[in-house]
Design a protein around this ligand. Structure first.
Ligand SMILES: [Zn+2]
Ligand SMILES: [Zn+2]
Length: 179
């Protein structure tokens, strides 16, 4: 098992290595990061957002062309939405082993506060690990400190710790054993 992370050229530069290391250490699976080769799809001019489901379709096509079976996480800068939600921090589709997260709403600047790389690294790590957790079979968790809790706001995201709760950890260990 190995996790691939693709970092889009517009995503915050210089953070890909620390984020990748942290995601790898929380999940306990090796991870590598490279520049994103997937063509960006799904941009909706009227909303200035990307339709996350269309983008996942594009990742799926890329994975098939390159015979990539392992989990793939794409980190993009553009804001994401999906049908019925004004925005999403990220979206995973377990059936194709692909997920996407957006850094758009993870920076302090977005909320009119001073920028801070450590905050941004922490948030991308939490969101990225959350989506990778879905790819490895984990569902949402009620524990507000657990990575697998679904945050609706930045405060809820910040309240989470960079770790899985005991229950999710055990479930993940079981899933990785079966693999
Ligand atoms: Zn989720
Ligand atoms: Zn949990």
């Amino acid at each position: 098992m190995h996790i691939h992370i693709f970092w889009d050229s517009l995503s915050p530069p210089g953070l890909q290595v620390p984020v990748t290391r942290k995601i790898s250490s929380i999940i306990g699976v090796p991870a590598t990061v490279s520049d994103n080769p997937v063509r960006m799809m799904g941009y909706v001019e009227g909303r200035k957002q990307i339709d996350a489901k269309v983008l996942l379709d594009g990742i799926h096509a890329y994975k098939r062309r390159h015979f990539m079976k392992e989990p793939l996480l794409l980190v993009v800068q553009q804001d994401l939405f999906k049908n019925g939600n004004s925005f999403v921090f990220g979206l995973a589709r377990q059936s194709i082993g692909a997920a996407v997260v957006s850094t758009a709403r993870l920076s302090n600047e977005y909320y009119g506060r001073d920028g801070n790389d450590d905050d941004l690294i922490d948030r991308i790590t939490k969101e990225g690990t959350h989506e990778v957790g879905h790819l490895l079979g984990l569902g949402h968790c009620n524990n507000k400190e657990c990575i697998m809790f679904k945050p609706d706001t930045l405060d809820e995201l910040d309240r989470k710790k960079k770790m899985l709760c005991q229950t999710c950890r055990e479930q993940l260990a079981g899933a990785l054993l079966e693999d």
